[in-house]
Design a binder for this molecule. Sequence first.
Ligand code: DC
Length: 231
Amino acid sequence: MKKITIAIDGFSSTGKSTLAKQLAKKLHYIYVDTGAMYRAVTLFAMRAGFVEDGKIDKKPLIQSLEEIDLRFVFSTNLGFAEMFLNSENVEKEIRTMSVSRNVSQVSELAEVRKKLVAMQQTMGADKGIVMDGRDIGSVVFPDAELKIFMTASPEKRAVRRYKELLDRGEDVKYSDILENVQKRDYIDSHRAISPLVKAEGAIDFDNSDVSMDDQFQRIYEHARRIIQKEA
Ligand code: DC
């Protein structure tokens, strides 16, 4: 059966990665979480002292980009690939609030985007991939056969993120998370390069009041129809 490319974009905490993982598993496709790549570069920048409280020292970060090796390593235990930064498993650390506070600012840099987009295009060159992010349908794979643009209210998304972080043992306040979600929405959709936009041909999906199972079933059926048509 012919393989397709599935591009999932949308605001933070809209459940993009849950949906992308489910689709990839069911279709036996590769799943790539591009947010993890931007988060890993941000962690690198934070550790090197190039970024703090959302303020970036751009020049040294850009000069250091060559030193950043990013890899996804599949974990059979977890059923998905974890992010490795220069051979270190950073999957947990990149999801912390301190990384979330700086990631949108790092993602605004053209040089960072150029490096990561090129990597993403190589990963998806043979199709059979589900990729989620902000610019997948618009920039990385504008010819993707299936593009989905996910939204949900900021409050619903902040509650989801709040529960996730509490489950991971982080000491967080709901109001800080809501503020972070809204701030990232703004920066991600107003930046000069590759802002978050609904890509041409993308299907809108607001999941504020839809269960994850329902959402998966609807989109999976849609993907199957496209795959059958392509065959
Ligand atoms: O999907 P996420 O919330 O883990 O993404 C973290 C940040 O990375 C997000 O606020 C913006 C940035 N990002 C991006 O600019 N382009 C992508 N394709 C993916 C993420």
